[in-house]
Design a protein around this ligand. Structure first.
Ligand code: SF4
Length: 358
């Protein structure tokens, strides 16, 4: 019987260069070159994404079809660009900030983004925590009462079976000091058919549950995705989005505006626009920070504050996430000493004019 919460996307996920060739996404010549990429980094293109790709170089294809550029490693690139490994007290836990921690129950994703910051770790065979390891992670959380929020990430937690997901939600909900559970996921976008009534039932909790979906282009937000999002929202689970600023995918004012407007129309609040992390072989997606700030600035005033996300970077080495602007409060102006007056503060309006501000 068809699950009313689950759209009916059918077909096979493409995982090999041979299947990419058969699907017409790469040529015979590409296949030879891309074998080396496929050996190093996982590939998965689920049916919902396959339908959207018109060529390997369109905004959807670029995100998921392997490219020979991925073997061009730059000196500054790092296999663990945001420093998860050094901040992991027990397997599956990353503790970067005082009041919150990541819990990574698996490293499997519904698709494998070619720009992923965890690309050296994620994959179809990857990192499913055993029952014992998961229990050790829960005990570590219990022993740290300063942790108020758990961010379930991975991989993608919604790739777990409903049974396993229910266990995680119940166990986290049994820890008195956990107030917020956040799930970072690409599943509602990449494999909306996984959002079943059974999976939604497994997410039941008396804590504040938030979902953060990863999406980078308005074309990803199909009718099936909208149905899956609606089913999640109907459970009273609020949804935020995070996107990565990517060359060739969403590096224009029009593409970003379209993405953020589409999200808000679905009742998803655009939350973060990430500056690309320097994972190996991702330089072809890099958009300089000055360009990123200018893009955000081009949207200011054009879209409402509800639509405008925060442009952020994870400081390499696990030093934390910070906003990159643009800034509207200008540096204090130097006044002549004899004036004996307070230096004057000035702000910039969205159209670039400056005004005094006290
Ligand atoms: S869904 Fe997230 S973790 Fe998985 S490959 Fe994409 S960016 Fe990486």
């Amino acid at each position: 019987m068809h699950d009313p919460a689950s759209p009916s996307t059918q077909g096979k996920t493409l995982r090999t260069t041979q299947s990419l060739l058969q699907a017409g996404l790469i040529s015979h010549d590409d296949q030879k070159a891309l074998e080396a990429v496929a050996q190093r980094y996982a590939t998965a293109i689920p049916p919902a994404f396959q339908k959207l790709i018109t060529s390997a170089n369109d905004p959807i294809g670029l995100q998921v079809v392997p490219s020979s550029h991925e073997l061009e490693i730059q000196p500054h690139e790092d296999s663990d660009p945001i420093g998860d490994d050094a901040l992991s007290p027990v397997p599956g836990i990353v503790h970067r900030y005082e009041d919150r921690a990541l819990l990574k129950p698996l490293l499997i994703c519904p698709l494998y983004c070619r720009f992923c910051f965890r690309r050296e770790h994620v994959g179809p065979d990857g990192g499913l925590l055993s029952d014992e390891a998961l229990e050790t992670a829960f005990r570590w959380i219990e022993e740290h009462p300063q942790i108020k929020e758990i961010i379930l990430t991975g991989g993608d937690p919604l790739m777990l079976s409903p049974r396993r997901m229910r266990h995680i939600m119940e166990r986290l909900s049994s820890i008195a000091h956990i107030e917020i559970i956040r799930i970072h996921t690409r599943v509602p976008i990449a494999t909306p058919e996984r959002i079943t009534t059974e999976l939604l039932n497994a997410l039941e909790t008396d804590r504040a549950l938030w979902l953060v979906v990863h999406t980078n282009h308005a074309r990803e937000l199909t009718q099936d995705v909208r149905a899956a999002v609606k089913a999640i929202l109907c459970r009273g689970i609020p949804i935020l989005s995070q996107s990565v600023l990517l060359r060739g995918v969403n590096d224009t004012t029009a593409a970003l505006e379209n993405l953020f407007r589409s999200l808000i129309s679905m009742r998803i609040k655009p939350y973060y626009l990430h500056h690309l992390d320097s994972a190996p072989g991702t330089a072809h997606f890099h958009v300089p920070v000055e360009e990123g700030r200018a893009l955000l600035e081009s949207l200011r005033g054009r879209v409402s504050g509800l639509i405008w996300p925060t442009y952020v970077v994870d400081i390499p080495g696990g030093k934390g996430k910070v906003p990159l602007g643009p800034d509207y409060l200008l540096p204090l102006q130097n006044e002549p000493k004899e004036a004996q007056s307070e230096p004057q503060r000035r702000v910039r309006s969205p159209d670039g004019k400056q005004y005094p501000f006290t």
